[in-house]
Design a protein around this ligand. Structure first.
Ligand code: F6P
Ligand code: MN
Length: 322
């Protein structure tokens, strides 16, 4: 089975990019170990703090962030980092070519129930002669990502990675500490009978999403003429992995639950990297009104509506938004 570095070399990735990806994965292997140790590692439960998003930080959120931050900044391969758990960006090596935005531990409400969590990352090029301390260097469209991926800490630890030449899946061989290629060129099936949405928010959705979901729920006697099945892992990384593996539609739409927070997912380190992985596997990723990777970001922690997955089903959902 092929190991990660030769696969990326064959794709023509630069040595610095390969080293940067390997640096991220070194931190992820450590996170995988800590997650796997569960209560034994003494890191379950919450801290007394909230992050910049106003969410309670779990001990593993803080630890995962620290591991990624330290290893990336020490490596010399990054000019700056942006993280869900950091209020601002953090400057690194002024001469480095790349910047990395990451969600150190997505789905962290799953930690204490021994369910799926993962790390999501997006690698971009720093603009030439830019200041490493300038957060604006991160305000790039998703289309400008050089690479994107996630590491899913499940029964096995898996990496989904794209450098713009398809999406590949690797599995961590824990006996060797290496990621081995287990699926070359993942393909999201174009059609699906599965969707993922938190239906407890139904009364707060916009009419377009209300109508779309209600037609799915109507099943074979409704306008869609067939039955659909629903899944919700409450970790985007788990839901997107299922969509990559066997198709489906995943959405966290706009809602009016909290008027100050109409969207839940973050553009730079959740929506954009997942959009690139899904599009590179033949799927679509949209807000309902525009392609996710076309959005010009205005802030590093900006949130966005997300509809992604199987091409034909995303198109069906978008037809309700016209
Ligand atoms: O990072 C935000 C997140 O945890 C996603 O991973 C997940 O899809 C979503 O929030 C879960 O939201 P809810 O709490 O509404 O189920
Ligand atoms: Mn997250």
């Amino acid at each position: 089975m092929r190991r990660l570095p030769p696969v990326l070399l064959k794709d023509g990735c630069s040595h610095d990019l390969i080293s940067l990806i390997r640096t991220i994965l070194a931190a992820c292997k450590e996170i995988s170990f800590r997650v796997g140790q569960g209560a034994l590692s003494g890191v379950l439960g919450s801290t007394l703090d909230e992050n910049i998003q106003g969410e309670t930080q779990k001990k593993l959120d803080v630890l995962s962030n620290q591991l990624l931050k330290d290893i990336l900044l020490e490596s010399g391969y990054v000019k700056a980092i942006a993280s869900e758990e950091e209020p601002g960006t953090v400057a690194g090596n002024p001469d480095a070519e790349y910047i990395v935005a990451f969600d150190p531990l997505d789905g962290s409400s799953n930690i204490d129930i021994n369910s799926l969590v993962g790390t999501i990352f997006s690698i971009m090029r720093a603009p030439k002669d830019s200041d490493p301390a300038d957060p604006n260097i991160f305000l790039q469209k998703g289309d400008q990502q050089v690479a994107a991926g996630y590491v899913l800490y499940g029964p096995s630890t898996m990496l989904a990675l794209t450098t713009g030449q398809g999406t590949r899946i690797f599995t961590l061989d824990k006996t060797q500490g290496t990621f081995l290629l287990t699926q070359d060129f993942a393909k999201v099936p174009e059609q699906t009978k599965e969707f993922a949405i938190n239906t407890s928010n139904q009364r707060h959705w916009q009419p377009a999403m209300q109508n779309y979901i209600s037609d799915l729920l109507a099943g074979e006697t409704g306008p869609r003429g067939r039955n659909f099945n629903m899944r919700w892992i409450a970790a985007m990384v788990g839901d997107v992995h299922r969509v990559l593996s066997r198709g489906g539609l995943f959405t966290y739409p706009q809602d009016t639950k909290n008027p100050e927070k109409p969207y839940k997912l973050r553009l730079l380190y959740e929506a954009n990297p997942m959009a690139m992985l899904i599009e590179q596997a033949g799927g679509l990723a949209s807000t309902g009104y525009e392609r996710i990777m076309d959005i010009e970001p205005e802030q590093i922690h900006q949130r966005v509506a997300v509809i992604l997955g199987s091409k034909e089903e995303v198109e069906a959902c978008l037809s309700y938004h016209k």
